[in-house]
Ligand binder design. Structure first.
Ligand SMILES: [Zn+2]
Length: 119
């Protein structure tokens, strides 16, 4: 279902909800809303788009990458490894898989065991 983004028409006549943009999930045939569901003041549609699967995966790739890096920086190797590994399985990302194995090694795991035995 497409997600439409709305925002208050007039910042002086808005509530917390519509002052910043907010998202509304609507059917394609639903008419656009013209009033904030929270305060009833006028709102305008700013973007309409479909959250495509591709976008979602690109977003989550970046997010995973960032989280892995944070774990690495914090020295939480097994966390970093597990996350990278899980994501590498899903995306077939070889470099992420390598990184996961490196992190497993740093976490003190025997990587060859893990590779052969699965976990
Ligand atoms: Zn409002």
């Amino acid at each position: 279902m497409p997600i439409y983004e709305y925002q208050s028409k007039d910042p002086n006549q808005s509530c917390e909800y519509c002052l910043d943009s907010f998202e509304v999930l609507q059917g394609i045939k639903d008419p656009p809303i013209s009033r904030c569901p929270a305060c009833g003041n006028g709102v305008k549609k700013i973007i309409s788009w479909c959250r495509a699967a591709v976008v979602e995966s690109a977003e989550s790739d970046a997010m995973v990458e960032r989280t892995v890096r944070e774990y690495e920086r914090a020295g939480m190797w097994s966390h970093a490894a597990e996350l990278a590994d899980k994501h590498a399985e899903k995306t077939k990302d070889q470099s992420l898989k390598t990184r996961a194995l490196e992190n497993y090694t740093k976490a003190g795991h025997r990587v060859d065991n893990l590779v052969e035995g699965g976990w």
